[in-house]
Design a protein around this ligand. Structure first.
Ligand SMILES: Nc1ncnc2c1ncn2[C@@H]1O[C@H](COP(=O)(O)OP(=O)(O)OP(=O)(O)O)[C@@H](O)[C@H]1O
Ligand SMILES: [Mg+2]
Length: 300
């Protein structure tokens, strides 16, 4: 076997070479790291610019339609002699509809901006889910009947009180019910169910429909702001594509989850899962005591 030994000079030279390599390697890695960070920052900026541009484009389109109706009909009322009171009423009705639509749109945009800015505040209190569901279902009944749909309601009798912001949860439920009505053709069925999931300690509200349904890719798109899957060209369905993303954000603010299961042509099931929470009260009896200090208790 051959052995090598280095002189002291050679050893010193070798160690200085090694430290030079290490230093160079370190610098190269640092350069690469900062290049990557720069690239990521640029990508993020480009993406938010794209999102902002798309947002402004969608907003302009959505604002223009009702504004044009308001201007057009009010111009007619102002410039034309109107002898027929029924026609005056009809035009005033169009103006009113368009203005209400604008108000709703602006409220939705404010909601989604607040959520994105982390400024959405909840006012949680103990509430009976079944009562809230019953109320929302009653509000939707006229639209369900008008469209020739059937609505079934099956509410579990062991539902606990949950700690949540009632107004915001009602908004979620009305969004989901209005989607079920909008995207279910005449003769279809809508079911609303509540269920207490003891193991997960979650309250579940489910809205099922037998409507148009979506593919998994469409479901992913529908969860994003301003995305509408159906009839975008002829605008057969009203809306702006904000209801679902706002609902998702509101449920998540409560510490819950909004799940969507859908099959193209067969229907959609949306499930809202909410932690019980106890609104800061000390545990009482029964499932109400399930407060885990998580979710809505703390507000937003
Ligand atoms: N139950 C459903 N069945 C089939 N498609 C649905 C259903 N719910 C939502 N979608 C699809 O997802 C899209 C986004 O839903 P979202 O509620 O955000 O918007 P929208 O109902 O069109 O308008 P908005 O709720 O703002 O009035 C809808 O336009 C529709 O294409
Ligand atoms: Mg909607």
């Amino acid at each position: 076997m051959r052995t090598f030994s280095l002189s002291r000079d050679q050893a010193r030279h070798k160690s200085s070479l090694l430290s030079e390599y290490t230093e160079n390697l370190g610098m190269a890695m640092m350069r690469r790291k900062s290049m990557l960070a720069l690239k990521a920052a640029r990508l993020e900026a480009e993406m938010s610019l794209k999102a902002r541009t798309e947002f402004v484009a969608s907003m302009s389109h959505e604002l223009r339609t009702p504004l044009n109706a308001i201007i057009g009909f009010s111009d007619m009322l102002r410039n034309r002699p109107m002898n027929d009171p029924q026609q005056v009423q009809e035009y005033a009705g169009y103006i009113n509809d368009a203005a209400r639509h604008l108000l709703e749109l602006i409220n939705q945009v404010l909601d989604i901006s607040k959520v994105h800015a982390g400024r959405m505040e909840l006012s949680p209190a103990l509430l009976q889910i079944n009562d809230m569901v019953n109320h929302a279902v009653q509000l939707m009944q006229p639209r369900v009947a008008e469209k020739g749909l059937t609505l079934h309601c099956r509410l579990a009798d062991d539902m606990p009180e949950i700690c949540a912001d009632e107004t915001r949860l009602r908004q979620v439920l009305l969004n989901l019910l209005s989607n079920a009505v909008k995207f279910t053709p005449e003769g279809g069925e809508i079911s609303v169910l509540t269920e207490w999931r003891e193991q997960q300690r979650m309250a579940c509200i489910e809205v099922r429909d037998t409507g148009t349904g979506m593919t998994p890719q469409e479901v992913a798109r529908a969860r994003e702001p301003f995305e509408q899957i159906h009839d975008q060209l002829n605008k057969k369905h009203e809306g702006t594509g904000l209801g679902l993303p706002i609902s998702i954000a509101l449920v998540e603010l409560h510490g819950g989850n909004l799940e969507i299961e859908s099959a193209k042509g067969r229907g959609t099931t949306v499930r809202v899962l909410l932690p019980v929470g106890n609104c800061g009260k000390s545990p009482a009896n029964g499932p109400t005591a399930a407060g885990d200090g998580h979710g809505a208790d703390g507000g937003a």
